[in-house]
Design a binder for this molecule. Structure first.
Ligand SMILES: NC(=O)c1ccc[n+]([C@@H]2O[C@H](COP(=O)([O-])OP(=O)(O)OC[C@H]3O[C@@H](n4cnc5c(N)ncnc54)[C@H](O)[C@@H]3O)[C@@H](O)[C@H]2O)c1
Length: 356
């Protein structure tokens, strides 16, 4: 069988550590034919480590390669839109990292480009690919929780501002802070589990309270902060929120509470997803079901496979292209997620509920 020829654009953290390594594990089906990054040191590191001879500092040049079937877009968020569209227009299948784009309007343009090109366009929402997420999804589809009418989800970091990044803290490049960075994962996962209901209204609040204090006053002996300071964190633009809280109503009366932070005075880092159905409830992680049996309350926890979700996701992308398998995370579903995020920021700005 002919191998799928792939390239990765942006070989920084996730491109190098998760996408290229994911393809490397699929060497019987995939050939990594090109890598691209504007940072020549990172480009060289990727080319040497993964044995890729074609290297590019301009993605437009890379997209001219005829011997390239698919690309992964692993750049900062503000480049997802132009690069994905250029790749689709060049006739490549695209796996783009989350979030889809900076906002829903960009997302719509990207999805339209994929439709026009007739190419696969998948979003790297890797939490859908957790074994426990897949099991819970199947249970919900079989009706084992009954009607799921409410949910709570979130990703809380106590001291986790990505000072190390070049762009994460800049609104123009990232689109926002923890809400669009890690909140998007939990919002996407929870909404997908309950069948992607249409959002109706959103109330949100965002705060920028303690991130700056961390840079200027917090314990300079802390190893994470010392590293951040050494990389110039104190001089970087930091104009995004460091926590966000939202309440979302979906059609059918379903409600969702979402809480996220990079910096918050609370317990240590954790993420969670709790679903409340009229037959049973469930939570992640680990996958636990709260039900009833023999007239008594029972809780049971699943033993699940902890394979690297990014690798499962990449293997699925390849399977969809080579075998026509249906995409688990098509970009269309990410547009409504972007609409919700846009509405949370809007609601926070206006100080009132926003209807979608
Ligand atoms: N799914 C996940 O678990 C997960 C985890 C981390 C990051 N991400 C997402 O992946 C993306 C990248 O994040 P990261 O942490 O790897 O960031 P990063 O800053 O470590 O890497 C981004 C890379 O893109 C390169 N780049 C910038 N402009 C470019 C251009 N014009 N052409 C080619 N390369 C360019 C940078 O030089 C850098 O090497 C983001 O969208 C982020 O949200 C997803």
């Amino acid at each position: 069988m002919k191998k799928l020829r792939v390239g990765v654009i942006g070989v920084g953290g996730i491109g190098f550590g998760a996408h290229l390594s994911g393809y490397e594990k699929l060497a019987d089906k995939v050939e990594i034919v090109a890598v691209c990054d504007i940072d020549e040191a990172k480009l060289e590191r990727a080319s040497k480590r993964y044995g890729v001879s074609e290297t590019f500092t301009d993605y437009r040049e890379m997209l001219k390669m005829k011997e390239l079937d698919a690309v992964n877009v692993c750049t900062p968020n503000y480049l997802h839109h132009p690069i994905s569209i250029a790749a689709l227009e060049a006739g490549k299948h695209v796996l783009c990292e989350k979030p889809l784009a900076l906002n829903a309007e960009q997302g719509e343009e990207m999805v339209a480009a994929a439709k026009k090109a007739g190419k696969l366009f998948m979003i790297g929402v890797n939490n859908r690919y957790r074994d426990e997420s897949q099991k819970l999804k199947r249970m919900i589809e079989r009706g084992e929780l009954g009607e799921v009418y409410a949910a709570r989800t979130g990703w809380i970091r106590r001291r986790g501002v990505p000072f190390w990044g070049d762009w994460f803290m800049e609104k123009a490049k990232a689109g926002g802070g923890p809400l669009i960075d890690i909140g998007v994962h939990m919002l996407d996962l929870t909404r997908w589990l309950i069948g992607n209901p249409k959002p109706v209204s959103v109330t949100g609040a965002i705060y920028h309270k303690i991130g700056n204090y961390l840079v200027t006053e917090w314990d300079k002996n802390d190893p994470v902060l010392a590293g951040a300071l050494a990389s110039g964190a104190a001089d970087k633009i930091y104009d995004v929120e460091d926590s966000a809280f939202a309440f979302i109503r979906f059609e059918g009366g379903i409600t969702l509470e979402l809480n996220v932070s990079w910096a918050l005075n609370t317990n240590k880092e954790h993420n969670y997803c709790e679903l409340y159905g009229d037959k049973a409830g469930a939570s992640l992680s680990p996958l636990t079901v709260f039900g009833e049996k023999e007239g008594t309350l029972v809780d049971y926890t699943f033993k699940t496979d902890e394979a690297t979700t990014h690798h499962t996701e990449i293997a699925h992308f390849v399977d969809c292209i080579l075998n026509g398998t249906e995409l688990i995370s098509p970009a269309e579903e990410a547009v409504d997620v972007m609409r919700i995020l846009d509405a949370i920021y809007k609601s926070a700005e206006l100080g009132e509920e926003v209807r979608l």
